[in-house]
Every structure is written in structure tokens, then in C-alpha cells.
Design a protein around this ligand. Structure first.
Ligand SMILES: Cc1cc2nc3c(=O)[nH]c(=O)nc-3n(C[C@H](O)[C@H](O)[C@H](O)COP(=O)(O)OP(=O)(O)OC[C@H]3O[C@@H](n4cnc5c(N)ncnc54)[C@H](O)[C@@H]3O)c2cc1C
Length: 400
């Protein structure tokens, strides 16, 4: 047996590349017991060609993909306040996306589909680009877009692919060569919860709200500005067809993601969480704003890692759109965000989290998630988030 079934579950990122490159179409992506997509091989059809293994980004196949060209870092926020509000961090994605669309290009990124499933789509027009804004804290599927990206890049159309590092490694593995008009931007990801888990969360919300959930905005800035916890805003259509918003007080789904309790096993061993990166640009939150500027950024600020000449080109082409764009030392960038250097640590409670998921979201909430430690942490951070950012920073300064 020379196929993808050999890859250890703790390593497989579920990128779907094996299912796309199989010449016999005998690999399908199917949900495992935790609700993550994993390859399932029809052994009767497999001819042991080994292509899936050779291409798999978690084998040595990805070793040549890391970009040795540059390691430069910036922090920045875009000037357009409306764009900032729609984005999770400093709005870098939206400015880049508009740049591509204004230049007859295409943008591939993550949206919620009509069933609130996170998936990658390709847009060539600006009408719905805002659907891609904002972090969807659940694993998205992207390999269905690879063929079209290849076609566009072969025609030398500018293409921007955005996603997690493992998705970018998969795309590069699929293409097998450098395309000058393709640019890649990775979100600085600390891991992804399963689509199955997210589905249970959406089902729970729909039952509670007696409506149809359209999107779960985890980093909504409307009420409390930029930050991470307790900013979940659920947009839904109620039973009368009216558009409504619901803001859960203690969203356990988000807290579980934040504390790394419900991530894919491979995320705790992520081989892409290191200083050398696979994408032209890396974008995340710049949590080091206080020590750098001594002021708060209520609408968000991003950290930007430039990993290649193409990445630098993107920064130079959009720099006039930023109100702040400041170069950082490598250690300032790393201190602001752990994921530049290493994967998130696997908490021991991870073992229990998925055990109860089949009982639905409430089963998870009551039995698995609310261990004493995490209950205390969640409640403390809830009250912490009520204190305005400026006061928190002042306290931080006085205690130093
Ligand atoms: C699962 C996940 C984990 C993350 N973990 C961290 C972290 O630990 N530290 C940190 O600093 N930043 C993390 N981020 C990134 C951060 O939340 C912002 O997305 C990023 O800073 C970009 O912000 P922005 O303001 O430029 O654009 P935004 O508009 O906020 O970002 C939108 C971009 O995110 C992409 N995207 C959204 N959801 C997904 C998804 N599920 N899979 C793949 N791509 C997606 C879209 O394609 C688009 O490119 C994470 C994001 C995700 C989705």
C-alpha cells in the first residue's frame, strides 16, 4: 500500500491535495469522528502510484517550499475606517484584495456558503469581496479552487490566494512550479476547529434563535472595537424573515478556539509555524502595539511578515493605503505573536473536547468545556473585556 492512508492522523492537515492529484480519483475527503475532513482511499481502485504521498505537504515534499528570500516585518493599519471595521485586524487583506480586483485580477479566500459552511471561493468582481473579510474560526476547504487558480495564473492574470499556511503549501504542491502572477498571503493561524464542531454550534444557535444563521463574525468590532474574546456577533434571519444580530455573552465556541482546546491534531504539530514561511506575506494581529507606540489601536493593527520579493512588491504597491506602516525588528514581531515561531501547545483537556460533540453543542459546553480551569479563565476574560482598552493599558503601564 503506497498511498495517503499511511500519513499519521497527527500530521494530516486535511488540505485535500491528495484527492485532487490522484490520477484514479480514488481518494475522497470524508468527515472523521471529530468532524474534520480526512482522506479516505478506495483501496480497490488504488494502483499504488504513490503520487498522493509524493505531493503531500506534510511529507518532505514541502521542504523546498519555504521562502528563503526575505525576513522583514512591519506593523500597519489601513486608513479607510470602514474597511478596518469589517476586518479582524488592520485591514491588510481587504486593501490587497481590492488592488487585485482593480487590476483585472482574481482573489481566492474563505467565505461562508449558503449553509454557513466555511469554504474557499474565487472572486473576479468586487461585489461580494467583503464576504471574505473577517476570520472564520473553523477549517475551510480550498483544494476545489486549485484547478481554476492554475488556469488563471497560466493566463498571467494576477491572482491572490489567501488562507492558512497548510493551504498555501497544498496549492504550491498542486502547481509544482512558480507562477509569476500568483501571490500568496497566509493568515498567521494558530489552528482550526473542525467543520463538524462548527456545524453543531450553528445548529445550537439556530434552535436557540428560531432562525437561519447567515454568518458568525468572531471578531466583530461594532460594539467593543478591536480585540479577540467576547466579540462574537451572529447574523441571522428570524422566522419572520427579518435580519437580526445576536451577541452571545460567553461564547464557549470562541473560548475553546482561543485556548486551543478544539484544534485539529496536526495544528499542535504544525510544520509551517516557524520563521521561514511558505507564503509571500504573513498577516496577523499586532499585539505588541503598546510597547511599540505607547498607545491603543481601537480599530485594529496588523503585523505583516514579508517573506519574498513578491511580498515586498505587494507592500510597496499598497503602502499609500495605510495610515501606519512601520518597520519592526524581527524580535518585536515575534514577541507580538507566538505563532511566528512555533505551533500552539496541546492542552491536556483536548482529549475530552471532542468526546461529547456528538451530543451536540450543549453536550460539549456542559461536560467537556466547562472544566474549572477554563470556566475561570473565560469568566475572568469576560470581565476583563468590559474594561476599556485605554484603562487596561494604563494599569499595565503602572504595574510595569
Ligand atoms: C483559523 C484562524 C486562526 C487564526 N489565528 C491567529 C492567531 O493565532 N494570531 C493572529 O495574529 N492571527 C490569527 N488569525 C488571523 C487574524 O485573525 C486575521 O485574519 C488576519 O490578521 C488578517 O486580518 P485582516 O484585518 O488583514 O483581514 P481579515 O478581513 O480579517 O481577514 C480575512 C482573511 O482571512 C482569510 N480567512 C478567514 N477565515 C479563514 C479560514 N477559516 N481559513 C483560511 N483563511 C481564512 C480570508 O480568506 C481572508 O484572506 C487567524 C485566522 C484564522 C482564520
Amino acid at each position: 500500500m503506497q498511498n495517503i492512508a499511511q500519513i499519521n492522523k497527527k500530521e494530516c492537515t486535511g488540505c485535500g491535495l491528495c484527492s485532487v492529484v490522484c490520477p484514479k480519483s480514488c481518494i475522497k475527503m470524508a468527515s472523521d469522528a471529530e468532524g474534520f475532513l480526512v482522506p479516505s482511499v478506495d483501496e480497490a481502485l488504488c494502483v499504488d502510484c504513490g503520487i498522493c504521498l509524493k505531493k503531500c505537504p506534510v511529507t518532505e515534499a514541502s521542504d523546498g517550499m519555504f521562502l528563503p528570500e526575505r525576513q522583514e516585518y512591519f506593523c500597519g493599519a489601513v486608513s479607510d475606517k470602514e474597511k478596518l471595521k469589517k476586518s479582524s485586524s488592520g485591514g491588510v487583506f481587504l486593501e490587497l484584495a481590492e488592488h487585485f480586483l482593480n487590476n483585472k485580477g482574481a482573489v481566492c479566500g474563505c467565505v461562508y456558503d449558503e449553509n454557513t459552511v466555511a469554504t474557499h471561493r474565487i472572486y473576479t468582481k468586487g461585489d461580494s469581496i467583503e464576504d471574505m473579510c473577517g476570520s472564520k474560526y473553523v477549517q475551510s476547504h480550498s483544494s476545489q479552487c486549485f484547478e481554476e487558480i492554475k488556469r488563471l495564473a497560466s493566463e498571467e492574470r494576477p491572482v491572490l490566494f489567501t488562507g492558512t499556511a497548510c493551504q498555501i503549501a497544498a496549492l504550491k504542491g498542486f502547481l509544482g512550479k512558480e507562477y509569476p502572477s500568483l501571490y500568496t498571503v497566509e493568515i498567521l493561524c494558530h489552528g482550526v476547529p473542525s467543520p463538524g464542531f462548527f456545524k453543531k454550534y450553528v445548529e445550537y444557535l439556530e434552535k436557540k434563535l428560531h432562525g437561519k444563521v447567515l454568518s458568525v463574525q468572531f471578531r466583530n468590532k461594532e460594539k467593543k472595537g478591536w480585540g479577540s474574546e467576547h466579540r462574537t456577533c451572529v447574523v441571522y434571519r428570524d422566522k419572520h424573515g427579518d435580519l437580526k444580530k445576536y451577541r452571545p455573552l460567553l461564547p464557549a465556541y470562541f473560548s475553546a478556539f482561543f485556548y486551543g482546546l478544539n484544534l485539529r491534531e496536526s495544528c499542535y504539530n504544525c510544520k509551517f509555524a516557524k520563521l521561514q514561511r511558505v507564503a509571500d506575506l504573513t498577516i496577523g494581529d499586532f499585539w505588541g502595539y503598546w510597547s511599540k507606540f505607547g498607545k491603543t489601536f481601537d480599530e485594529g493593527i496588523s503585523v505583516i511578515g514579508v517573506n519574498s520579493d513578491k511580498g515586498k512588491e505587494l507592500v510597496l504597491k499598497t503602502e499609500q493605503k495605510f495610515s501606519y506602516l512601520t518597520e519592526l525588528e524581527q524580535n518585536e514581531a515575534i514577541r507580538s505573536n507566538d505563532n511566528f515561531e512555533h505551533p500552539v501547545k496541546r492542552p491536556k483537556e483536548r482529549d475530552k473536547v471532542y468526546e461529547n460533540i456528538n451530543k451536540g453543542y450543549r453536550g460539549f459546553w456542559k461536560k467537556a468545556y466547562l472544566t474549572k480551569t477554563y470556566r475561570k479563565k473565560t469568566v475572568a476574560s469576560f470581565y476583563g473585556a468590559l474594561v476599556p482598552q485605554k484603562i487596561r493599558m494604563l494599569r499595565h503601564k503602572l504595574l510595569k
